[in-house]
Design a protein around this ligand. Structure first.
Ligand SMILES: [Zn+2]
Length: 265
């Protein structure tokens, strides 16, 4: 299967599969962390073994199928139990994904039908992997249980889908837009130089976070366009483009919202 890998910072590898899902492998001196497990389309564990032989701790950024489809290869994984209500919806969405992409992902189903042992991931938990630590940081918005990993030794944070230059607030589990704004501010206030997002191979500079924050106001100031998520067409919303490609990001910066994201209740 087509995996792509790149060492974005010393010991921090970003891996992408053929469906544009990503996973990050953080290699310490004694252990390694696998942050998200891709779609389960290939033998990801063997691919990880081309990077490190160390014992692995698996941590899932949030409860969407495209981040946990490879969990069937592991005995246990950490994920916020706040996202467990998404479990059954995931099963349906994998069938839809298979239909729209004309693929078969039996192992992604396996990860959902016979889940590995899940442990609750909570804000403040620290994973010491030798020479590096990863601290769980709660980043709600995309989902309630979205969690990032702050790595102070590299002044970076892995955010999954919780903060993104092309932000999606249209999937199951989405929170009110103010919750997301607070999350972006929370990341901005951390001692970081860079951040790493799900679905990108980029190492983003922390300065881009202000543009990502400002993009949330495009909902009020810009004209929106109807948007349908191609993998799961039942996810629809309105896309607001905040900024066109520039030196910080070679694609446009936008936010996509549905009614749940913009109507407080
Ligand atoms: Zn997601």
């Amino acid at each position: 299967m087509g995996y792509e890998k790149e060492e974005l910072l010393e010991g921090i590898w970003q891996i992408k599969d053929e469906f544009n899902s990503t996973s990050t492998v953080v290699v310490g001196k004694e252990k390694a962390i696998v942050f998200d497990t891709l779609m389960g389309s290939g033998d990801y564990l063997s691919f990880i073994r081309t990077i490190t032989d160390l014992p692995l701790t698996v941590i899932i950024s949030h409860g969407h199928y495209d981040h946990l489809g490879g969990c069937y290869q592991f005995k246990e994984a950490y994920m916020s139990f706040e996202d467990m209500p998404l479990w059954e919806i995931n099963k349906k969405n994998v069938y839809t994904f298979e239909e729209t992409n004309k693929v078969s992902l039996p192992n992604c189903h396996k990860s959902l039908d016979e889940p590995c042992e899940f442990k609750d991931l909570k804000e403040g938990m620290i994973f010491d992997i030798g020479g590096m630590t990863a601290e769980a940081v709660s980043l709600p918005g995309h989902t309630k249980g979205s969690i990032g990993l702050y790595i102070p030794q590299r002044k970076t944070i892995l955010v999954g889908d919780a903060v993104s230059p092309q932000m999606c607030l249209i999937m199951d589990g989405v929170q009110y837009i103010d919750v997301y704004r607070d999350t972006v501010r929370k990341v901005q206030n951390m001692d970081i130089d860079t951040f790493i997002c799900g679905h990108y191979m980029n190492l983003f500079k922390a300065e881009l976070l202000e543009k990502i924050y400002q993009a949330t106001f495009a909902v009020e100031t810009k004209k929106g366009f109807p948007y349908t998520y191609p993998n799961v067409p039942s996810y629809t919303g309105t896309m607001y483009i905040s900024e066109f490609p520039g030196p910080d990001f070679d694609d446009f910066i936008c936010i996509i919202v549905n009614d749940k994201a913009i109507n407080k209740n």
